[in-house]
Design a protein around this ligand. Structure first.
Ligand code: PEP
Ligand code: MG
Length: 588
């Protein structure tokens, strides 16, 4: 038995036999010289292969558009553009003439050069496009060689696909009913294959470095797309245990999905709003499938991180508009960049910080670079025309920072007004409460905020002085700590006293262990990873606010996080009528 940990990019649990897929991308390509008088025949071979590949991909493109969402379906548009690109065709012609090599070889060389160029880019998005280039040009070579590609469409038994890298066209054409999970050495959450795996709801792990070399076809595998765990040839008892967990997971998922269109309302009619946290625009559509009522946190800095630099106004405008359009009338909360801390941007010298967590990050960074900040705000305001926009500022430590940020927002508006550009004029502007000084002055901040969003990940980190990324002290990061409870109460009460919404977008909001307590404290809005929404809704619909209120009162009297934990656990289990947390649908 061997264990690996990968990056879970598509949730679910699967148990099955490995099929190690080594595609024929590495297949031999013949290499020979041609005479000048063969140039025309070599060129017409290229043109007819190009036409064939074009026809095949056009058909695939139609199929994609029928099978997957609008966003995912654009993958093959880029492939088609490549085959129709006269500049690329000109390059092939020129290389044929200058090198006098056979056309398969010329294409192979061009493919390597173009991929290498993209791979050398610091931009992960461009790096991932190298895979697309290799895929489309490999099809072309196969057409020239009349190679019938070994396709995953022929899979006739259930498998767990193990590969170094799965090309998007393989992911699309594979027999999806037979692929129970995908395990990949390479890849990131934004690779097209990961996006397709999510769209097809096939559990997937990426970033397993060398697993495809160590796993053999026929090995028994357990893939946990929730925890990231991959177990090879598990012992019988582990296998039985995981099979049980898998069945349980899917049974509950089915049940939970029935709640999709029901309100997040307690048994005594207390209604809250469940929203989603997203990092990349491509996630927006999945949040709707999970039944969320909007985006409570869009971590805009991921746009900068993906590009390795702050992106320009137009690029940002497109990304934000895309999310707003998908979400329609539902609110979309765009958080201005929280760069710095653990989200480093070398281009901005953000990596030179001696103490980055307490240093130049988030709103501090934005306010020190007003032009960058204003560019982001202009892009957000303009995108606001496409939907229901809310903006919020991260890491506000006090009223001065909030006022400064609001002033830059006004400047951005007046610039847009002068330029006659369309933008959303009256939008709610919220403050993230994630620093103890903000929590302690919540009443003051509420005067200038349309809503609060509590960032418990940082609030716990700064209140208890426990680095959220340090395993050695992680036992101290206790949201049940009385200091956190008092803080939450103070923030929520301050919001309500001023008649504004108290939302939470830290991980605490998506953890069922805390749901009753947060309801009892009066939280209005919970924002979390979309996959957690159904189970949090289940908890909410199975309790009463009155009883949660009594629980919160008792919890606030406890003197230690252990006591609070015990109290909440006992209460939750008895209130929900379950024996232990394992019995909670979808896990904690
Ligand atoms: C938080 O701190 O809880 C939060 C949501 O922000 P981030 O995790 O992006 O720091
Ligand atoms: Mg934070």
């Amino acid at each position: 038995m061997k264990k690996y940990t990968g990056n879970p990019v598509s949730p679910g649990i699967a148990l099955g036999k490995a099929f190690v897929y080594l595609d024929n991308n590495t297949g031999e390509v013949p290499h020979y010289s041609i005479q000048k008088n063969q140039l025309d025949s070599e060129w017409s071979r290229f043109l007819s292969a190009n036409d064939e590949a074009l026809a095949e991909l056009t058909a695939l493109n139609v199929q994609t558009k029928q099978e997957v969402s609008r966003e995912d379906a654009t993958i093959f548009d880029a492939y088609l553009m490549m085959l129709e690109d006269t500049e690329f065709q000109g390059k092939v012609r020129e290389r044929l003439e200058t090198s006098l090599q056979n056309v398969e070889w010329v294409i192979k060389e061009l493919s390597h050069e173009m991929s290498a160029m993209l791979m050398a880019s610091p931009d992960p998005y461009l790096q991932e496009r190298a895979v697309d280039i290799a895929d489309v040009l490999r099809r072309l070579v196969n057409k020239l060689l009349h190679v019938q590609k070994v396709t995953l469409a022929d899979l006739s038994e259930d498998v767990i696909l193990v590969c170094r890298e799965l090309l998007p066209s393989d992911a699309l054409t594979m027999n999806k009913a037979r692929v129970k999970a995908i395990v990949m050495d390479m890849g990131g959450a934004t690779s097209h294959t990961a996006i397709l795996a999510r769209a097809f709801e096939i559990p997937a792990l990426v970033g397993l470095s060398s697993a495809s070399k160590e796993i053999n076809t026929g090995d028994m595998l357990i893939v946990n797309g929730v925890s990231g765990e991959l177990i090879v040839n598990p012992e019988k008892n582990v296998q039985t245990e995981m099979d049980h967990e898998r069945k349980h997971y899917y049974k509950q998922l089915k049940e939970l999905r029935k709640l999709r269109d029901l309100p997040a309302e307690t048994r005594d009619g207390y209604r809250v709003s469940l929203k989603a946290n997203i990092e990349i625009p491509e996630e927006a559509e999945a949040t709707l499938r999970a039944g969320c009522e909007g985006i409570g946190l869009y971590r805009s800095e991921f746009l900068f991180l993906a590009a390795g630099r702050p992106t320009g106004e137009e690029e940002q405008f497109k990304a934000y508009s895309h999310v707003l359009e998908i979400m329609g009338n539902l609110p979309v909360t765009l958080r201005t960049a929280d760069a710095g801390g653990d989200k480093l941007l070398p281009e901005l010298q953000l990596s030179d910080e001696r103490n980055p967590i307490l240093g130049w990050r988030a709103i501090r960074f934005s306010l020190s670079r007003p032009e960058l900040f204003k560019t982001q705000l202009r892009a957000m305001l303009r995108a606001g025309v496409s939907g229901n926009l809310r903006i919020m500022f991260p890491m506000i430590s006090g009223i001065e920072e909030l006022e400064q940020a609001l002033a830059v927002l006004e400047e951005a508006k007046s610039e847009l007004r002068k330029q006659g550009k369309a933008f959303a004029e009256a939008i709610p502007v919220g403050t993230m409460i994630e620093i103890p000084s903000a929590a302690l002055t919540a009443d003051i901040l509420a005067e200038k905020s349309s809503f609060f969003s509590i960032g418990t990940n940082d609030l716990v980190q700064y209140t208890i002085a426990v680095d959220r990324g340090n395993e050695k002290v992680s036992y101290l990061a206790q949201p049940f700590h009385p200091a956190i409870l008092r803080s939450l109460k103070q923030i929520i009460d301050a919001a309500h006293a001023k008649g504004i919404t108290a939302a939470m977008c830290g991980e605490m909001a998506g953890n069922a262990l805390f749901t009753a307590l947060l309801l009892g404290l009066g939280l209005d809005e919970f924002s979390m990873n979309a996959s957690a929404i159904p189970r949090i809704k289940w908890v909410i619909r199975n309790v009463t606010q009155a009883s949660c209120g009594r629980l919160a009162k008792n919890a606030l009297r406890c003197t230690s996080y252990r006591d609070v934990g015990r109290l909440v656990e006992d209460w939750t289990l008895s209130e929900l009528g379950i024996k232990n947390y394992d019995a909670l649908p979808g896990g904690i």
